[in-house]
Design a binder for this molecule. Structure first.
Ligand SMILES: [Cu+2]
Length: 288
């Protein structure tokens, strides 16, 4: 069928020119996101703006490989955690459930997303979303220990069945495996722009927060700073993978400059409630 072959070639060319990555902005809030007529060569990009304390985002998107571009317009640090609500549960049910400490109920499935972005910073991650009802939520509790979802940073997102084939997973140049309680890297990370596959092993859910340490600072400085958050922090967040369960990889796009970085998981432990970094889930890497 030469007609179809020609259409395919044209789509390929447009993709090469950067024309087939539709951007969906806060301006489209309330709209359903249109999907390209041909199988997408790259994941659809959904731009979400975070501010203190709300997300500006579409209400509805199509299922499949989706890149979430989190733009932090607020003065505080924020991230975007996607949680799928099964069993007809609602955002109100989730908000009631997360008032209790401990693991999320089984109907709330941690599905990744872009982790912490600095004020005026950005964070980007790609996930493969199944159709369903989701919420976007911020667990960050800086400053003063009150999680941002309690201040309004929780927003429903409906993921509808896709009408076209999903894009393939992004090409990656490293894998970081999260397990109870370690970060394992497939190879040393290097400076430059990378897409890193972050996958959680069977066991508890985990997250990857990437912190770039200021020159001369170490993880001890961060641990000393965190309880009171007094004075300037010894580093700054540069994204990572929001919490996910096994089987839901997160593809993190990040631009690394040479320096010392920390990989940290803050998720509360399923057994004793302590953050996972207190169980050893904290790793310093030198990037050259
Ligand atoms: Cu927040």
């Amino acid at each position: 069928m030469p007609g179809i072959a020609r259409v395919g070639a044209a789509v390929g060319l447009m993709c090469a020119l950067g024309a087939c990555q539709p951007k969906h902005d806060a301006a489209n809030a309330g709209d359903s996101v249109a999907v390209a007529a041909a199988p997408a060569a790259a994941p659809v990009i959904v731009t979400v703006h975070a501010r203190d304390f709300a997300y500006d985002a579409p209400d509805q998107i199509a299922a499949g490989m989706t890149t979430f571009h989190l733009v932090n317009d607020g003065p505080g640090v924020h991230h975007l955690v996607l949680i799928r609500l099964d069993s007809a549960k609602t955002a109100a049910d989730l908000q009631a459930a997360i008032k209790n400490p401990g693991p999320l109920p089984g109907w709330a499935v941690l599905s990744g997303g872009p982790n912490a972005a600095e004020p005026k910073g950005e964070s980007t991650a790609t996930v493969d979303l199944a159709p369903g009802n989701y919420v976007m939520l911020c667990f960050v509790d800086i400053p003063n220990g009150v999680p941002h979802f309690a201040k309004g940073m929780v927003r429903p997102l409906t993921v509808t069945a896709a009408t076209t084939a999903s894009a393939a997973a992004p090409a990656t140049d490293a894998v970081v495996s999260l397990s109870d309680y370690t970060f394992a890297l497939s190879q040393p990370l290097t400076a430059g722009r990378h897409t890193i596959k972050v996958e959680t092993a069977p066991g508890q859910p985990h997250e990857l927060v990437l912190v770039q340490l200021d020159p001369g600072k170490t993880e001890k400085d961060l641990l000393a700073w965190m309880p009171k958050e007094q004075g300037p922090p010894p580093g700054h967040v540069v994204g990572g993978a929001s919490p996910s369960t096994s089987g839901s990889p997160v593809y993190v796009s990040v631009d690394l400059v040479p320096g010392k970085y920390l990989l940290i998981c803050f998720l509360p432990d399923g057994k004793d409630g302590k953050p996972h970094f207190m169980h050893g889930m904290m790793k310093t890497v030198d990037i050259a």
